[in-house]
Each structure stands twice: as structure tokens, then as C-alpha cells.
Design a protein around this ligand. Structure first.
Ligand code: C2E
Ligand code: MG
Ligand code: MG
Length: 668
């Protein structure tokens, strides 16, 4: 029962279905009124002479006006977009109107039946049949109205036909009822399919909407991933990956358009001590603050990146010259140099910058970067805290640098590295007191390479620790054959003192050798100290604790020598050969050496003068009170056998002098 009433109602369980139903239906309504109007006019016209005016004139006229007004109403509003509720309301009002219109038309046509002859009566039957079929068709999308019209027209129609009794009318009545029933079946099937189709397309739309939302979310996630992959999470600056991406694209563009492109690589000086002294959290604060300051300097054609650790990079696109770059570099250095509050202290770090400019330099993006990095390497060595532009002189040295680096990385250290020993003399009694071990490298590719060249490169690429340990082992095993009063002077690189681990490895080598640490004198340079004074002091303390001596090598060539002499637990100072050369004829050198000697005296440090080449220099030094010297005047660095021979000669000379003394006393 409930089902039957449902058939007569406009369904309202699915807004999308209601809208689809309304849309399809509204296209058909004007045609429905057209069918009603034309059929009614035709019937009224055939009965005009036989039926009274109110039946063939007044009623059709009135209904006709209603039909025309409603048809135009639907046509006028066909483009108006309705909400599901509005559409439902319109369908319901049409549904309600269907019954009175069906009833009115049926009653009107039946009222005409008694007036006409057989033809005219047949026209009434035709009117009812054709109208009901047309109307059912038009109401296809408003199932309830179609069913109501069918019942309201067909029931009186069949009764009227049966009551007439005329076999043709009876057959027509039965025929029309059967046809309309078949049509109702078609309508129900159509409505069911229509409903399914709407629901399916609704599901498809929902699926598509879900997919779109999913795609949008995926896109958002992938954008976010890309952003994170290109950003340094600590400083929020673009990272190394982003730097190379941008650089490659900028390089291609600069090559295509012939425009300038500069790359700068910068490295912080004094950052490591912050980490060591105040902890990693403080180090992070420094990096974050520097990142913030650098970000403020960023402009559309100038971007800054964090490459990792305390290394940053800049890319400058668009028109600019060397002066602009220098100004930019200075701006960066100044921004970094301002003190940073890490909570427990104010810390100061500085930066060195190396620049390379395309098209003058660089055949590829990578090449441009490497040249800027090489300029930075030079800034770190020769112009710490400053700006260095890659130039043609550097281009030549870079080629050589790369050759040496490549050969060094491929080198069989045990086979290719060796040591020579330069004797150190005490001129007060002309005795040989020790040797300085100096590295020698004979590369199968490059031949002999000076330590002054390959040691800094090994320091830069990190191979130095391995080299130091290997050389120290060799030096100690050789020194073990020397007499017990002969000391070994051994050069350490700044890297060897840079971390507790590296200095402990050196101590381990000494302990494993069994050599008396008191007979070792480690030579360190000022660079080790300037880079990280706190750590260098700790490392030196450890070496001194073992009993070894520490000499500050090349004294006077650095820029803050006196500062370090005061702070460090040193035992000796080696006055650099550059102050000794022609000391006999250069008053300035004389004064410097004299004041350094006074300083050593004051601080209780032993002074060694290196690079003594002539007898004249030696005489001056002797007159100044210098006792321990080293230089070509006495001996060039010699190989193992020669060193042993020198020691043997010393022993022989000692034995000879004893003999002379003994025989002298015998004579007496
Ligand atoms: P250094 O430690 O100051 O060594 C002294 C350098 O001066 C040596 O050069 C030596 O041959 C040279 N020399 C000695 N007497 C004279 C002289 O009278 N006149 C002149 N003009 N030169 C003299 P070398 O062997 O070429 O070493 C250069 C530098 O390489 C060393 O300077 C040292 O800094 C470094 N080096 C050498 N061997 C090692 C090593 O095993 N480890 C480390 N880390 N550095 C080393
Ligand atoms: Mg030395
Ligand atoms: Mg030296």
C-alpha cells in the first residue's frame, strides 16, 4: 500500500535526482501544454456547430489561456538554476495540478460526447486517446503525475466507451487502455533506468571529486616535500640541493643570453670553537641567526644558500661588476661579524668569501662553483676574513692543485712518502742536538712534490691525518736508533690538533712506538691556534702531559704571534728563516730577532733559529746569544743513512775529544 502511495508522490530522497528529474521534465512541459492546447482546439472546432458555446468556446478558451500562460512560464524560466528544494517544490505543484487538469479535460471531452454524430463522437474518443498517450510521454520524468493522468483519463474513458456499446468504440476503449498500460510499463522502466543513470553519474561525480581532492592533497604533499627537500631545516635557507639546481639553470640561462653570473662560497671562521665551548645548541643558534641575517640580504637577483656545516653560498644573476661583488661580499661579512647572543655568552664569528664570475671563468656550473671554492681556499690561507676573486693566476695554480690532489688521493702513501732529517745544532759547543723530520713525496705521476705544496692540499681534503700518523710512525722508528740525548722534531698540521680524537691518535702512535715522548718536540704553526685556540690549547696540553715539547714554528710570519705565545703552553719558539736571511746587513731583521730572543728569555722559552745559510748570519746570531740553530749552513735535510752517519761522526768526534782530554791529562 505504502508502495502505491509512493508511486503517486514526487520522490525527495535524493537532491541530485530531483534536480535531474526537474531539468529533463522542464524541457517537456511546454510540449505537453502544446499537445493539450492543439488537441482541445481541434475538438472544440469539430463540435462548434453542435455543442453550446460555453462548451466549445468558453471552457476551451479559459483552459487554453491557462495552458499558454503556464507553457510560457516554463519557457521563460528554463535557464534559471534552482536549488533541489525549489525544484522539488515545482515538481510537487505540477504533480498537484496534473489531477485537476486531467479531470477537467476528461470531463470537458465527455461532455461533448452526446452532441455530435458518429464522426464527432469518434473525434472525442480520438481526442482522449491521443491526449492521454501524448501526456504520458511528456510526463515521463514525473512518474506520479503520469500515473494519475492515466487513471483519471482511462477509467472514465473505458466506461464511456463500454457504455456507448458500439463495437468500434468498445474496441477503441479496450485498445487505448491496453496501449496506455504498455506505455506505463515503458515509463516505469524508463524512470527506473533514468534514476539509475542519475545515481551512477552522481556516484561518478563523487568519485571524481574524491579523486580530485586526493590529487590535490597529493600535489600539496609533493609540493611540501619538494619545499622541504630544497630547504635547510635549521636556518630555513635554501639548501645545497637547491643551490646546485638554481646554479645549473642560471648557468644555462647566462650562457644562452651572454649575461653575467657570479658564485660565491663562504665559510665561517671561529664557528667550531663556539660549538666546542658552548655546545651544539649554541652552535645551532649561531647558524640560525646567521641564516636570518643572510636571508635579509637576499634580493631577486641574489640568493643565499646553506651548503652544510658552516659553509654557505651565494648566486648573483643579472648585471653586476667586480666592485658590486666586493660590496656584496663585504655586506655579508659585516652582517656575519656582528656579535651573536647564544644565551650564555656573546660570540663573534667572521666569514671568508671566494667569488668566481662567469663568463670570464667557468665552463660549466660545477666548474664555476669549484673555482669559487678554490678562491675561498685561498682566502682562508692568505686573506682570512676577507674576499677573494678567482683570477687567472689562481686558474693556473688550480690546475696544478687538481693534479696534486688527484695524485695524492691515488698515492700509495707507504711507498711514495719518505722522510728526510735536518740536523739541529747547539752552536755553544757545536753539538748535534736533534733532527727535524721533513716529509718528502715522490709521486709516480708528478715526480717530487714539495711538502709546502702537498701538505696544505692534504689538509684541505682531509688526507693529512693519515699522512701524519704514517710519517710519525716512520720518524719514531728511525729516531729509536739514535743516541738517547738526540731529540726528534716533528711537524704537526693544524688538523692534527683540531679535535680530541685526532690528537689522541697521535698520542697512541707515540705510545705504540715505545719511544720516549720527552725526546719528541712537536712543531705547530699559528694557523692551528688561530683556527680554534681553545681546542689547540687542549691538544697541546695533552701532548705536554705526555712529556713532549712544543715549538711554535715559523714564528713571526703569522699576524698575532705575541698573543699566542702568551696563551699557549709552549716550550720553544722557532724564529722563521725569513728574519735570518741577511741579518748581518738588515737592521730591521736584526731588531726583530733581538726582541724575540728577549721575549723567549722573559717567558723561559728556548729559541731555535732556522734558515741559517751563511757564516756571517751565524756570527751575528751567536753574538746575540743564540744557541740552537738549523739551516743549510750546517746541513740540508738528509736521508736516513746520512743522518745516521752524522750521528756516528758526532760520536767519533766525542770519543776523539775524550781521547785528547785523557792523553792531555796524562801528559800533565
Ligand atoms: P718548516 O717546518 O718550517 O721546515 C723548514 C723548511 O725550511 C724545510 O722545507 C727545510 O728544508 C727548509 N730549510 C731548512 N734550512 C733552510 C735554509 O737554510 N734555507 C732555506 N731557504 N730553507 C731551509 P721543506 O722540507 O720544503 O718543508 C716545508 C714545510 O712543509 C715545512 O716548513 C713544514 O711546514 C711543512 N712540512 C714538512 N714536512 C712536514 C710534515 O711531516 N708534516 C707537516 N705537517 N708539515 C710538514
Ligand atoms: Mg718545522
Ligand atoms: Mg719553520
Amino acid at each position: 500500500m505504502r508502495k502505491l502511495t509512493d508511486f503517486l508522490k514526487v520522490p525527495n530522497d535524493n537532491p541530485a535526482l530531483t534536480l535531474a528529474q526537474f531539468e529533463a521534465f522542464s524541457k517537456q512541459v511546454p510540449l505537453l501544454y502544446f499537445i493539450l492546447l492543439t488537441n482541445m482546439m481541434a475538438l472544440a472546432w469539430t463540435h462548434r456547430a453542435v455543442a453550446p458555446f460555453w462548451l466549445v468556446g468558453f471552457i476551451p478558451g479559459l483552459l487554453g489561456v491557462v495552458f499558454i500562460v503556464r507553457a510560457f512560464g516554463w519557457i521563460r524560466n528554463r535557464d534559471v538554476k534552482l536549488s533541489p528544494e525549489q525544484a522539488y517544490a515545482k515538481l510537487r505543484s505540477t504533480n498537484r495540478l496534473a489531477a485537476p487538469i486531467a479531470f477537467g479535460c476528461t470531463a470537458w471531452s465527455m461532455a461533448l460526447m452526446p452532441y455530435g454524430d458518429a464522426y464527432q463522437q469518434a473525434h472525442v474518443a480520438f481526442f482522449m486517446a491521443i491526449t492521454v498517450i501524448g501526456v504520458i510521454f511528456c510526463l515521463m520524468h514525473l512518474r506520479s503525475a503520469a500515473l494519475m493522468v492515466t487513471v483519471l483519463v482511462n477509467v472514465p474513458f473505458i466506461f464511456m466507451m463500454l457504455a456507448n456499446g458500439q463495437p468500434t468504440f468498445v474496441a477503441t476503449g479496450v485498445n487505448v487502455v491496453l496501449v496506455t498500460m504498455a506505455m506505463i510499463a515503458v515509463l516505469l522502466t524508463h524512470y527506473r533506468d533514468f534514476r539509475r543513470m542519475v545515481l551512477a553519474s552522481q556516484a561518478l561525480e563523487a568519485q571524481q571529486a574524491a579523486l580530485t581532492a586526493q590529487n590535490r592533497e597529493m600535489q600539496r604533499l609533493s609540493d611540501e616535500n619538494l619545499r622541504l627537500a630544497n630547504m635547510d631545516s635549521l636556518t630555513l635557507l635554501p639548501n645545497r640541493r637547491s643551490f646546485f639546481d638554481v646554479l645549473h639553470r642560471a648557468f644555462d640561462r647566462a650562457t644562452d643570453t651572454g649575461s653575467r653570473l657570479s658564485v660565491g662560497v663562504l665559510d665561517l671562521d671561529g664557528f667550531k670553537p663556539v660549538n666546542d665551548l658552548y655546545g651544539h645548541a649554541a652552535g645551532d643558534r649561531v647558524l640560525v641567526e646567521i641564516g636570518r641575517r643572510l636571508m635579509e640580504l637576499t634580493e631577486p637577483d641574489f640568493s643565499i644558500y646553506r651548503l652544510g656545516g658552516d659553509e654557505f653560498a651565494v648566486i648573483h644573476q643579472g648585471p653586476h661588476d667586480e666592485d658590486d661583488l666586493r660590496r656584496l661580499g663585504e655586506g655579508i661579512c659585516q652582517a656575519i661579524a656582528v656579535g651573536i647572543d647564544v644565551g650564555t655568552a656573546m660570540v663573534n664569528v667572521t666569514a671568508s668569501v671566494g667569488f668566481a664570475v662567469h663568463p670570464e671563468i667557468g665552463t660549466s656550473a660545477q666548474d664555476l662553483y669549484e673555482r669559487a671554492d678554490y678562491a675561498l681556499y685561498n682566502a682562508k690561507r692568505n686573506n682570512r676574513g676577507g674576499i677573494v676573486m678567482f683570477n687567472t693566476a689562481q686558474a693556473l695554480s688550480l690546475t696544478r692543485y687538481r693534479q696534486v690532489e688527484e695524485a695524492l688521493l691515488a698515492a700509495d702513501l707507504e711507498r711514495e712518502l719518505s722522510l728526510v732529517f735536518q740536523p739541529i745544532f747547539d752552536v755553544s759547543d757545536d753539538s748535534l742536538v736533534g733532527f727535524e723530520a721533513l716529509a718528502r713525496w715522490t709521486s709516480p705521476v708528478l715526480g717530487r712534490v714539495s711538502p709546502a705544496e702537498f701538505i696544505p692540499i692534504a689538509e684541505h681534503n682531509g688526507r693529512i691525518s693519515l699522512i701524519t700518523r704514517h710519517l710519525l710512525k716512520t720518524a719514531l722508528s728511525e729516531a729509536a736508533t739514535w743516541p738517547g740525548d738526540c731529540f726528534l722534531s716533528f711537524n704537526l698540521s693544524p688538523h692534527d690538533l683540531a679535535t680530541p680524537e685526532s690528537v689522541l691518535r697521535i698520542i697512541a702512535v707515540v705510545e705504540a712506538s715505545g719511544f720516549d715522548p720527552k725526546r719528541i718536540n712537536f712543531e705547530i704553526t699559528e694557523t692551528a691556534v688561530t683556527r680554534d685556540c681553545a681546542q689547540a690549547t687542549k691538544s697541546i696540553d695533552l701532548l705536554r702531559l705526555m712529556g713532549s715539547g712544543i715549538s711554535l714554528d715559523d714564528f713571526g710570519t703569522g699576524y698575532s704571534s705575541l698573543n699566542h705565545v702568551h696563551k699557549l703552553p709552549l716550550s720553544k719558539i722557532k724564529i722563521d728563516g725569513s728574519f735570518v736571511s741577511q741579518i748581518d746587513s738588515r737592521p730591521a731583521s736584526y731588531k726583530i730577532v733581538k726582541s724575540v730572543l728577549a721575549l723567549c728569555e722573559d717567558m723561559g722559552l728556548e729559541a731555535i733559529v732556522e734558515g741559517v745559510e751563511t757564516e756571517a748570519e751565524l756570527q751575528v746570531l751567536k753574538d746575540m746569544g743564540v744557541e740552537v740553530v738549523q739551516g743549510f749552513h750546517f746541513s740540508k735535510p738528509v736521508d736516513v743513512d746520512e743522518a745516521r752517519k752524522l750521528l756516528q761522526d758526532r760520536l767519533d768526534a766525542l770519543a776523539e775529544s775524550r781521547k785528547v782530554k785523557i792523553s792531555g791529562s796524562g801528559v800533565a
